[in-house]
Design a protein around this ligand. Sequence first.
Ligand code: SF4
Ligand code: SF4
Length: 377
Amino acid sequence: MTFAQLKADIIAYSRSIGIDKIGFASTDPFLELRERLVTQQSLGYQSGFEEADIEKRVQPELLLSEAKSIIAIALAYPAKMKNAPLSTKLERRGLFCRASWGEDYHTILKNKLKLLEAYILEREPSAKVVSMVDTGELSDRAVAERAGIGWSGKNCSIITEEFGSYVYLGEMITTIPFSPDTPITEQCGTCTKCIDACPTEAIVQGGQLNSNKCIAFLTQTKTFLADEFREKLGNRIYGCDTCQQVCPENKGRDFHLHEEMEPDPEVVKPLLKELLFISNREFKEKFGSLSGAWRGKKPLQRNAIIGIAHYKDITAIDDLEKLLKDDPRPVIRGTAAWAIGKLATDQSMLILKAAKEREKDVDVVAEIDKGLNMLKN
Ligand code: SF4
Ligand code: SF4
């Protein structure tokens, strides 16, 4: 059996197990990426969630000696949800981004890669393989780009010709010298819709993202959200889809090819107030299977409070007061204090003044002061 035949068989097999797109790439060092990462690091544009060792990110051979090829895979996920509950004046709702709908995609893709590994090793027992999804050392996007899965858009997403950019990516390094596929030429042209639509101007220029300004990253942080981003968060609980939603390449694209990616509307568009007091057990039961739950409930609860302030939902004032009084976490007490100021109800001043008397945490006191200042203005 030739490697060309094995490649053709792998492509056919990948279709049969629900891999929507597959491509093959060389293991040459990702020199352009290295340059980009060094620049990103020096400018402080990285999120800190990435692999810190740049060499591991750009040299596949450091991850598997005798590496000869990388197989990139993509699975398309839905862009539209059926029966989405309405967000009404009395029942305000938050939103998880599309990449967090359905079962955690890391699990879905890892399972596909495991099947693919088993298939390859059965055909070529002496081969060695290493697979990864998102949290691995390699850049999923750089690999996908080289393997011809799609081009790298100005919004930093990989844009496929068939499915737009609503695709999950994963890859497998192998010791088999498969012939590489051809990368797709960048097709953004003069379009700048994603750059223009980004609420925080996080896309510094086409293809360059300042992660520290990107809402997708900010929704995952556990500390206080900087003031300048609170207004911009809107009702986002986890992630941000804006730069993908406005992309013309995603127009009319909505694929429902994988049952496990279908969202439960009540889970991915949850009532904001319900999130505020959710127990650990309830959180695990309701949200535990989402990729958006990986940082635990605190960031999502903080975002829910900001969402309540965004909607000026004054029906939540008692809940916010309770959080400010009783929640053991300073980030939650402080964000609640800020939101109480934002809501500017008749009770806001009294609640904040009482809190200032008893609060000991300096960061929370600073938030109470912000709330009080909003009421004075
Ligand atoms: Fe901007 Fe949102 Fe895209 Fe981040 S995900 S670059 S915040 S539009
Ligand atoms: Fe490219 Fe336009 Fe899509 Fe941005 S919105 S990724 S510029 S096609």
